[in-house]
Design a protein around this ligand. Structure first.
Ligand SMILES: Nc1ncnc2c1ncn2[C@@H]1O[C@H](COP(=O)(O)OP(=O)(O)OP(=O)(O)O)[C@@H](O)[C@H]1O
Ligand SMILES: [Mg+2]
Length: 310
């Protein structure tokens, strides 16, 4: 059974279609990244999946429960980090954690134990007795994330969990998410940071103007985007153009700027051919670099494709 099943989901705000017929299935233990330009509908999709937003067409099931019919059952088993902090400024970090634990009917003892572990996980333990209202954005966000884990959820949803965090805090949060996922929990998150997607995601959904333009494992997306890898060759002098005719004859795609030549290839055979030709050309090579999968490129290509459809 899938942990999450979204079937033909449509959402309108007034006469504006924010989500257009979205269907996705997320298996247990998966790490799904939802990507898309600003306004694509990522937060809206997340809010619907987490029962925060209603009045949609289609169906969302979590652990087989229709979320509209059994919202309570679903909420007990998920953790939600939405766009806004869900914390009480007048309570300390620890009081917040215990309060949310008790909402989930944890005993005080369990709540205290879990809060200690989680606050330590995000390096907020030493701040546990300070009021959350006095925290910086990044400190609040770290507490806000672990607050969502107090019920030991099976699925965790996070809307841009690392946005505006400094490098160290972002690393701490990513490490925590990896740990949670390693314990076979499912994670669904949105982000604009593509390196994060590359590092964390086992599945990617790309939304564009409310449409799902791609859904699959990272490798499947690079095929979908007909992504080409490139080999960047820096030559000794600014004379790369002298070699252009030589390579053009071979039918290899390349771009030249100054003393840099960029060869494009899609598979190992093409790469072999390029390397052979470089060697035959006696071109004075200074360095060679290759880019394998490039998420920026894949993302732009797939979201551009989506735009064509509209
Ligand atoms: N409550 C609302 N009422 C009317 N329109 C809304 C509402 N919430 C969102 N929208 C619109 O729905 C569209 C999608 O918004 P959403 O917040 O889901 O985008 P997003 O992909 O999360 O964008 P971002 O990357 O900026 O966070 C936007 O055009 C937004 O203006
Ligand atoms: Mg958003």
């Amino acid at each position: 059974m899938n942990d999450i099943q979204v079937k033909n989901l449509k959402k309108r705000f007034g006469d504006f279609d924010v989500l257009k017929d979205i269907s996705i299935e997320i298996k247990s233990g998966e790490f799904l990244a939802i990507l898309g330009p600003n306004g694509a509908g990522k937060s809206t999709l997340l809010k619907i999946m987490t029962t925060l937003l209603k009045h949609y067409e289609g169906k969302v099931e979590i652990f087989g429960y229709d979320i509209e019919k059994y919202p309570k059952k679903v909420r007990e088993q998920i953790g939600v980090v939405s766009e806004n902090f869900i914390l009480y400024d007048r309570l300390t970090a620890m009081e917040n954690m215990v309060f949310f634990g008790e909402l989930y009917h944890l005993s005080r003892e369990t709540a205290l134990k879990r809060a200690e572990k989680l606050l330590k996980d995000v390096e907020m333990w030493e701040w546990r007795n300070k009021k959350v209202g006095k925290f910086s954005f990044g400190m609040k966000q770290r507490v806000n994330i672990v607050r969502a884990l107090m019920n030991d959820p099976k699925v965790v949803f996070l809307d841009e969990p690392t946005a505006s965090l400094d490098i160290k805090s972002a690393l701490t949060v990513k490490r925590l998410l990896k740990e949670i996922n390693a314990s076979n929990k499912t994670i669904v998150f949105t982000t604009h940071i593509l390196s994060e997607v590359e590092e964390l995601a086992t599945k990617i959904a790309i939304l564009n103007l409310g449409q799902l333009v791609a859904f699959g494992a990272p490798a499947e997306l690079s095929i979908m985007a007909e992504d080409q890898k490139d080999l960047i060759v820096e030559v000794e002098k600014n004379d790369s153009k002298n070699y252009k005719a030589f390579f053009d004859k071979s039918g290899i795609k390349l771009e030249m700027t100054g003393n840099t030549m960029k060869f494009f290839y899609s598979d190992g055979n093409e790469l072999e051919k390029i390397i052979k030709l470089i060697s035959e050309s006696k071109i004075p090579v200074r360095s060679i670099n290759s880019s394998d999968r490039n998420f920026d490129r894949i993302f732009l290509k797939l979201t551009d494709k989506g735009r064509d459809k509209n």
